[in-house]
Write a protein that binds this ligand. Structure first.
Ligand code: HEM
Length: 261
């Protein structure tokens, strides 16, 4: 008995772990979910051409580049302002979904819902303030990110297309911020939107029509609130996500983050 034990030593913890990993990696479930290119399939025969296809077509592999230039990961170069803007957008999405559980966009309920949220909902005040301050901060970080890109000359070829996408992102960020401003339905919001839409009313040729469409009538009211709510929680977030995806894709395709001047 002693002899047999000697010949087959007990597997170490590492051996057992290796075996488990091997079994999981070899399993059908693992292969179907994580097999290279399984998200966007492009067949898979192991050739250099197909290996590149798999990397190019997989969202998961695309998120992290294989190589990053040294200066690009230096916080002192980008100040991480683009990344911070993106982080704030995610934070705003999560806190925004929380707020949606307690808010009804009608002129009778909106203000009361926000007031109740602050006083009677657990973490309501905290989450509302995270959403509000996050929104202000995102406008700031996007603007500073744009300034960083400008002062580094990173708008120059080959990145001029991404600069244009950036301008659209800035506009969308401002629109998200402005449409959200009306939702608490307090005096500040009402008058801000009255002033804003009056200004739009003075734009040439189609001014008054634009004002009418934005207000959902001749003056601010419940229809305006519903309209801006839908724009704020659905339309603009949807559009900005598409443009962000194009923006990140372009950063990669334009040869990664620009170098120092
Ligand atoms: C929602 C807003 C935005 C987000 C989330 C965002 C995100 C990012 C990220 C993560 C990067 C990688 C480098 C970095 O972090 O600096 C980047 C690069 C870049 N962004 Fe933005 N961005 C936004 C708005 C803008 C705006 C407003 C502009 C300009 C008008 C702009 C122009 C550019 C350009 C040209 C690059 C390439 C910079 C380089 O290679 O050094 N972006 N963006």
């Amino acid at each position: 008995m002693a002899k047999i034990l000697e010949e087959t030593p007990r597997p170490t913890v590492k051996d057992r772990l290796d075996k488990t990993v091997e079994a999981v990696h070899g399993s059908q479930a693992w292969n179907s979910i994580f097999r290279p290119g399984s998200i966007f399939r492009k067949g898979y025969t192991d050739s250099p051409r197909n290996r590149s296809y798999v990397i190019m077509n997989s969202v998961i592999y695309h998120l992290h580049p294989v190589k990053v230039k040294r200066h690009a990961v230096k916080v002192s170069y980008t100040l991480c302002l683009g990344g911070l803007s993106f982080f704030l957008f995610i934070l705003l999405t999560v806190t925004g979904i929380f707020l949606m559980f307690f808010y009804r966009p009608t002129d009778v309920q909106a203000w009361n819902d926000i007031s109740n949220l602050q006083t009677s909902v657990t973490f309501g005040l905290l989450v509302r303030n995270m959403h509000r301050w996050g929104a202000h901060l995102m406008v700031l970080t996007v603007f500073l990110h744009m300034a960083r890109v400008f002062y580094h000359g990173a708008y120059k070829p080959p990145r001029e297309f991404n600069w244009v996408i950036g301008v659209i992102l800035l506009t969308l960020t401002l629109l998200l911020s402005f449409t959200g401003y009306l939702l608490p339905w307090d005096q500040l919001a009402l008058w801000a939107v009255t002033v804003g839409t009056n200004m739009m009313g003075y734009s040439p040729v189609i001014g008054s029509q634009v004002r009418f469409v934005l207000l959902g009538g001749k003056e601010i009211g419940g229809d305006t609130l519903l309209r801006w709510y839908v724009l704020h929680v659905l339309f603009f977030p949807f559009v900005i996500v598409i443009f962000m995806a194009i923006h990140f894709w372009r950063v990669r395709k334009d040869g990664g983050i620009s170098g120092p001047l």
